[in-house]
Ligand binder design. Structure first.
Ligand code: PLP
Ligand code: COI
Length: 346
């Protein structure tokens, strides 16, 4: 759809066709130069490890139109490093950081007409993927891979702006195993959470599931496909766990919280501590900050309530994070990477 016809304000978080994706192929130990492709389809061997054994990892990051007209990526080096960690975790070759960053630049530049305007609340979402392409019927890793990035303009993951949603704790489901792949961003973790999340949404928990640590079910892990944090007084509290994804958003919020004079605690968070929090929220690239209105623990019957309106600290954190991302506030931590929209060489 041409840019003039897009209603940026009403975009939701979903697939939206754009002009180009970028691809690089790994074969004989070498990644090819990234190339632009207008076709959103991929020819995959039926016996590919990505299709048969879930040998696949992905990322998610955003490019924003800033107040001064620049288009900037938010902390893409962090996604590059996390993708390397995910690749190593499931025996895939690491995508070099400079290849990752070049591919990000290319895909934004060539889809620049889909970067939503400043102030719309929307952004261009980049979805890097690494997929095992080689045919292996025996259970072993591929020697051939595709690294690709596609892009979609997206609005908020939940509802427009900051609204509060209920979430549920159900001990009958885990998204990841202890010492499994929970700390990697691999597709299998998401398939593993589909049933639990589907049931949560069906029961009216718009924020989905709050997963507990899979070993003992005593500590809070993460909130669907987002990290969890709570506010108690002037303290930002977020779980430390081996089975959760290290969120770039959460890391940024910890820094912003420090800037705002909060103390930050990253440590195991016992479920009972939920009753001591004044505010609770999910955070991530897609979710940004999604305040939680209540957490219903189905097994114990306890309900932890935080109010139907977002709390003051969540609001302040949201304003600061989105302010930095959109260039409305100074980028004191050097998180923005401008996309070169003019260069002829890329
Ligand atoms: N946890 C999970 C399981 C996720 O899928 C995501 C999304 O990427 C996050 C947390 C948040 O991470 P980030 O802030 O880097 O997007
Ligand atoms: C993100 O926040 O970028 C995610 O990847 C979450 C979800 C859409 C998978």
């Amino acid at each position: 759809m041409p840019q003039e016809e897009t209603d940026w304000e009403s975009l939701t978080f979903g697939y939206y066709p754009t002009d180009y994706n970028v691809r690089s192929y790994y074969s004989k130990g070498v990644w090819s130069r990234p190339e632009l492709c207008a076709d959103p389809m991929v020819a995959v061997h039926l016996a590919a490890t990505g299709l048969n054994y879930g040998q696949q990892a992905f990322e998610g990051l955003k490019a924003f139109r800033c107040r001064d007209g620049r288009v900037c990526l938010f902390r893409p080096e962090e996604n590059a490093r996390r993708l390397q960690s995910s690749c190593a975790g499931i025996m895939m070759p690491e995508v070099p950081e400079d290849l990752f960053l070049e591919a990000c630049q290319l895909v934004v530049k060539h889809n620049r007409r889909f970067v939503p305007p400043y102030g719309s609340g929307a952004a261009l979402y980049l979805r890097p993927l690494v997929i095992g392409m080689g045919p292996h019927v025996g259970v072993s890793e591929s020697s051939e891979y595709l690294f690709s990035i596609y892009a979609c303009p997206v609005g908020p993951y939940f509802k427009r702006g900051v609204t509060s949603v209920p979430v549920v704790i159900q001990r009958s489901y885990d998204r990841a195993a202890p010492r499994g792949t929970g700390r990697f961003k691999v597709g299998g973790n998401y398939a593993a959470s589909f049933r639990a999340m589907h049931e949560a949404y069906e029961e009216g928990y718009q924020g989905g599931c709050l997963f507990l640590d899979p070993q003992e079910k005593k500590f809070v892990d993460e909130c669907g496909s987002a990290n969890f944090f709570g506010i108690r007084g002037k303290t930002y509290i977020t779980p430390q766990s081996e089975s959760i994804l290290a969120s770039v958003t959460n890391d940024s919020l910890m820094t912003i919280a420090g800037d705002l004079g909060l103390s930050v605690e990253r440590r195991p968070v016992p479920v009972e501590e939920l009753s001591t929090l004044n505010e609770a929220a999910a955070c991530g690239t897609a979710a940004v900050i999604c305040p939680i209105s209540k957490i219903v623990d189905l097994d114990t019957g306890r309900i932890y309530g935080y109010g139907s309106e977002p709390g003051p600290v969540c609001r302040e954190l949201y304003d600061h994070l989105t302010g930095i991302q959109s260039g409305r506030l100074p980028d004191r931590h050097n998180w923005l990477r401008e996309v070169d929209l003019k260069s002829e060489t890329t």
